[in-house]
Design a binder for this molecule. Structure first.
Ligand SMILES: [Zn+2]
Length: 171
């Protein structure tokens, strides 16, 4: 059975990234003891990832690179912004220094009520610098691994838009 729409795929992978200045840094793995499962079209990864795997069947190995422009895009300077300290107050009205520190990821709500995940990258006297780029923006993604399972999705998996059972949701 090959990878196609309405299939569930299990695979092992190693993800290495580089942005032209770094070596191929290993950032994520899914080994044979804990494969990554996805419903075709719902992997949550860039479409180019799933496109590269279409037509493969269990036992096939893969090794490909997705250019950053087909992954999470370049780093956008407009997505790095200084936000007034007043936005980061705790319930007592004081600056929430415990949760707002360099390297922390925070969710902020925009005027439309949408949540955006950003990383704290700078602390000034009156402002906090936050980077709302995807953590993998600016990186080429190199995936290698092996397909371990391809099966037809159950009706309730298609209805829910995710995989059930091993490697998937339990509910
Ligand atoms: Zn479900």
């Amino acid at each position: 059975m090959i990878i196609a729409p309405e299939k569930v795929v299990g695979l092992t992978f190693e993800l290495r990234v580089n942005n032209g200045n770094t070596d191929n840094r290993l950032i994520e793995t899914a080994g044979s003891d804990n494969p990554f499962y996805y419903l075709v079209g719902q992997s949550g990864l860039p479409p180019a990832f799933e496109t590269a795997l279409m037509g493969l069947d269990a036992g096939k190995k893969f090794d490909f690179t997705i250019d950053m422009l087909e992954a999470y895009g370049p780093v956008e300077q407009e997505a790095i912004m200084d936000i007034p300290n007043a936005v980061f107050t705790d319930p007592s009205g004081a600056f929430d220094a415990e949760n707002v520190s360099i390297g922390k990821f925070l969710y902020l709500e925009d005027e439309q009520g949408d949540q955006h995940r950003g990383k704290v990258i700078g602390l000034q006297a009156d402002t906090v610098t936050m980077d709302f780029n995807h953590p993998l923006a600016g990186f080429n993604l190199h995936f290698s691994g092996e397909i371990v399972e391809v099966r037809t999705a159950e009706a309730d998996e298609l209805a829910h838009g995710h995989v059930h059972g091993p490697g998937g949701h339990h509910h």
